[in-house]
Design a protein around this ligand. Sequence first.
Ligand code: F6R
Length: 266
Amino acid sequence: MQVIILPTPNDVAQYAANSVVDVVTENTNSILGLATGSTPIALYDELVSRCRAGLLSFKNTKTFNLDEYIGISECHEQSYRAFMNRHLFNLVDINSANTYVPLADSLDPEVLARNAKAYESEIERSGGIDLQILGIGVNGHIGFNEPTSSFASRTRIKTLSKSTVEANKRFFTKGEFQPHLAITMGIGTILESRAILLMATGKGKAQAVKDMIEGPLTSMCPASVLQQHKKSIVILDEEAASLLSLKEYYLWCEEKRQQLHEGNLL
Ligand code: F6R
């Protein structure tokens, strides 16, 4: 796991944007895995700016989002489809037919299970994800894989934890129905991505970040599974990194990695 600690959330977004640009420009038909939530908004803003400045094109890119709520329609402002349209898809040159978000606008469990299976097949048919962007929940979840989710899980219906429902309350108006179910990519699905980039910012994420990087490999902290991925990069701001015991070591490693990159081995 590569741990990168940067001064501010904006630096985190810039670093993540550079990684996305690399993947999109290096692969003729790049496949990105995307996340919603507050954390990646600054990344999407940056990608939109670069696209508008002609520095980046999504014309040949396909995207797969991690998750979608069950119980609200795609047109609902808080659906993850609407979120992605608003923050990225409608603002860049991507072909909307190449943007996939799990189809969750049914209340029939069999239809939802079929949609989840079809999502897996679509990822596979596309050749797999080149770079998966992740955020992290305060309880260590990735996608909507809550604590105790199997590391082998595939895209499926998942019940959100009460703490996740509580954390996401801020997006819904008082008294409005708030979903407690979602279709989410599984941890096994996420792990098949060729590279994973997790972003975390703010003090509120510091404990989850510590558990993910320095805690034991445990389904009680689903993000700890990234310790086992061959190419996982975690980008943190100072606040999110504030509880790490080996913080100085991660900073030192990045300094040495940079020197190595410049051909300076000693
Ligand atoms: C959303 C998702 C979630 C979020 C996590 C953090 O697609 O997959 O795992 O990344 O809940 O959310 P924020 O960034 O709002 O703190």
